[in-house]
Design a protein around this ligand. Structure first.
Ligand SMILES: [Zn+2]
Length: 200
């Protein structure tokens, strides 16, 4: 295998990258400025070597505690539970949330001893017992596993917090109501909220 083939092969290992896309990535590498490629390599190596998990919320972090957990301006009495650190990035982009997070890592799998989930679940229970947490918002996927996990979390923490909520499911912005499937529309109806001036 020559060097070019090796490069294409390396890109093919990335998720959802097919042969044509791997070729385009390799072509980009060949055409790009060497300084650009060097900073890409440096970013990959630094991320891999220096990023660890935040001791409090399991987010990626260069320090023991991540930027969000260390930020005193954030509301530490509201905790949003997500599956992975990339969900935190997505929620942060909305600029609509000022609480903190907890990364659960994976979903509970029925009839299967899912150790990493259970140990993170224990850590979450410990946290809500020790800290004064007002609300836990569950922001997991709308799959069956995601919803079973949401219920499991709620059952285990509701004695220690004032409120357990979940993000609303429903009608995507700009969507036509008559194109939405009945399950999504049903959920959207159940999760309806009063109209306020802030909505407009
Ligand atoms: Zn953290």
């Amino acid at each position: 295998m020559n060097r070019m083939e090796k490069l294409i092969e390396a890109f093919r290992k990335f998720p959802s990258v097919g042969p044509k896309q791997a070729e385009r990535f390799a072509m980009y590498v060949m055409r790009a400025d060497p300084s650009e490629i060097n900073s890409l390599i440096e970013a990959v190596i630094n991320a891999k070597n220096e990023i660890k998990f935040c001791k409090k919320c399991n987010n990626y972090s260069a320090e023991d505690f991540c930027d969000i957990c260390s930020d005193l301006k954030r509301d530490s009495t509201t905790v949003c539970v997500v599956e992975n650190p990339f969900d935190i990035i997505a929620i942060e982009k909305t600029k609509s949330y000022n609480g903190v997070y907890y990364v659960i890592g994976s979903y509970i799998i029925p009839h299967y001893e899912n150790n990493s989930f259970l140990s993170r679940m224990d850590k979450l229970i410990q946290r809500v017992k020790e800290e004064k947490i007002n609300e836990v918002i569950i922001a997991l996927n709308t799959t069956t596993e995601g919803q079973a996990t949401a219920l499991y979390i709620k059952k285990n923490i509701s004695d220690y917090v004032n409120k357990v909520s979940r993000i609303a499911f429903g009608v995507p912005m700009g969507a036509d109501i008559d194109y939405i499937d009945e399950y999504t529309l049903g959920y959207a109806l159940k999760g309806r909220t009063p109209i306020t001036d802030r909505d407009f």
